[in-house]
Design a protein around this ligand. Structure first.
Ligand code: FAD
Ligand code: E0Q
Length: 468
């Protein structure tokens, strides 16, 4: 057995990794900067949610947690696109309800994972933020909320401390990790559509409890809502309590509209009245939310190196923070956790080899999902309303049906399979070229011989992996 493993950060990835490693018999210590959310309640108390897709769910399955998480999730069948005139259109994500994504509460999921980590035997320490590491001495420095610094022995460090990772900073002081941060130039603000206040009706015939609960949602519950507006957009994800978390994505600077041109609540409200009138009508706390919630920043983080020999390794956002437009950051981090736990369990005496293998397996995939996430912003904010995009989508759906062994839409590969991200990107380049060739000079599907197109897909594209 190796020495103790020390995880920095008990967010989504750190707490899942702690669970997986403890379940494999490792001795695990976890240090988290914030206080224990199970004791203090969430900081800010806001419900923020995330989309969980197959990769993340698969990782939770490995930890034995998929069923319990699904009980606290809201199914999203597709994207509900809200046009400027208030009309809506559901674009299904998958072929049927076996292909859906789920909206889960970040705070709720974190609490569930912390409980699981403790049950599996991990030792969790809260209000203990890493401030420095001495890799040669095998020691770390931690600061509590009292500001008092403490030293701790830690030979093997696993950095799950997020995009602003303190472990990454400590590693960078002794080695060049080749860090590059590319700011998106767009920020985000979180708002809320609360649940409807229903009169407490007696449960008469035809009124199931579930039905009553669904009526609390002010918008279709089983969808990811999106208001694409060209250079910017709003989205809304449902929470089990009947409310929606709304996120506005907008350029930071530049001509109207940007965050810089919305200096106060009246300006923001006027902007929403012209661009998101239907959503604004459902946001009674808009003014308060706008004033209270900060603008979050978005960036992609690239590193050439994720580890220092067998002493320290970064994973999750600490290694590869991405923009959120594919809803894959947590999913990718969960895949990391499973991969690392398996590699360490297979060679417990050689962490350097496990870390190096982890980096060579995961880095191409991290780069690929970074690229696809950036591309999805363009696609989401103006593509989903573009006739050319819709035509391509339609042809892709037809080919999926006629050549299921060789063609699967980019979105479905990423969200509903565990085909490595790098393979998804590579396959999609070929698929896209085929779609463009088939659609050249056309503005409708009529006239395309689908049987011949499917034959061409089978001839030109490599077969999809088994069970996909
Ligand atoms: P984090 O969740 O950031 O956790 C890091 C933890 O480390 C925190 O608990 C923090 O307190 C702790 N920490 C920080 N510094 C220290 C320190 N010095 N010492 C000790 N502990 C420390 N992903 C999806 O899959 N689906 C989505 O729909 C989705 N939507 C998103 C929407 C937005 C607006 C954003 C910004 C991101 C979204 N993501 C989504 C990405 C997702 O949030 C991240 O990929 C995920 O949270 C990464 O998990 P992590 O554990 O690596 O980092
Ligand atoms: C998903 C689910 C923040 C965010 C999260 C997401 C998605 C989007 C747009 C955004 C991508 C999609 N998407 O609908 O294609 O599938 O998670 Cl902005």
């Amino acid at each position: 057995m190796t020495a103790r493993l020390t995880i920095i950060g008990a967010g989504l990835v750190g707490s899942l990794l702690a669970t997986l490693l403890a379940q494999r018999g490792f001795e695990v210590e976890v240090f988290e900067r914030r206080p224990d959310p199970r004791v203090q309640g969430f900081l800010g108390g806001r419900s923020i949610n995330l989309a969980l897709a197959e990769r993340g769910l698969n990782a939770l399955r490995q930890a034995g947690l998929a069923d319990v998480v699904l009980q606290h999730a809201v199914m999203m069948r597709g994207r509900m696109v809200h046009a400027l005139d208030g009309s809506t259109n559901l674009q299904r994500y998958g072929v049927d309800d076996t292909e859906v994504i789920r909206s889960v509460s970040r705070g709720g999921l974190n609490i569930l994972l912390l409980d699981a980590a403790e049950r599996a035997g991990a030792n969790l320490h809260f209000s203990a933020g890493l401030t420095n590491a001495n890799f040669d001495a095998g020691a770390i420095t931690l600061a509590g909320h009292d500001g008092v610094a403490r030293e701790h022995r830690a030979e093997l460090l696993l950095g799950c401390d997020g995009a602003g990772s303190a472990l990454r900073a400590a590693m960078s002081r002794v080695a060049d990790l080749g860090e590059r941060i590319e700011a998106l130039g767009h920020g985000y603000k979180e708002l809320e559509i609360p649940a409807r206040d229903l009169p407490s009706l007696a449960l008469g015939p035809g009124h199931s409890l579930a039905g009553m609960t669904m009526e609390r949602f002010a918008l279709e519950p089983n969808a990811l809502h999106i208001w694409p507006r060209g250079n910017y957009m709003c989205i809304a994800l449902p929470n089990t309590e009947g409310n929606f978390t709304v996120t506005l994505f907008l350029p930071n600077e530049g001509t109207f509209p940007s965050f810089a041109t919305l200096p106060d609540v009246p300006a923001a409200r006027a902007f929403f009245e012209t661009q998101f009138a239907d959503a604004l009508a459902l946001m009674p706390t808009f003014d308060r939310d706008w004033a209270a919630h900060p603008v979050g920043q978005l960036a992609t983080l690239y590193l050439d190196h994720w580890h220092l020999g067998g002493r320290a390794l970064l994973l999750g956002d600490a290694a590869h923070a991405i923009v959120p437009f594919h809803g894959q950051g947590m999913n990718a981090g969960f895949e990391d956790a499973v991969e690392l736990a398996d590699l360490l369990a297979a060679q417990p005496r050689d962490p350097a080899a496990a870390f190096s293998e982890f980096e060579s397996r995961r880095k191409p995939n991290a780069d690929a999902i970074a690229t696809m996430s950036l591309a999805n912003y363009i696609e989401m904010r103006d593509g989903v309303a573009d006739p050319r995009y819709l035509l391509k989508r339609e042809l892709a759906a037809a080919l999926t049906e006629h050549a299921p062994t060789h063609f699967k839409s980019h979105y479905r590969m990423v969200s509903f399979t565990s085909v490595p991200y790098a393979d998804c990107l590579e396959r999609d380049r070929h698929q896209n070229a085929l779609l463009d060739a088939l659609l050249a000079g056309r503005d409708r599907l009529e006239g395309i011989d689908l049987a011949a197109a499917a034959e061409r897909a089978r001839r030109e594209l490599p077969p999809l992996p088994q069970g996909c």
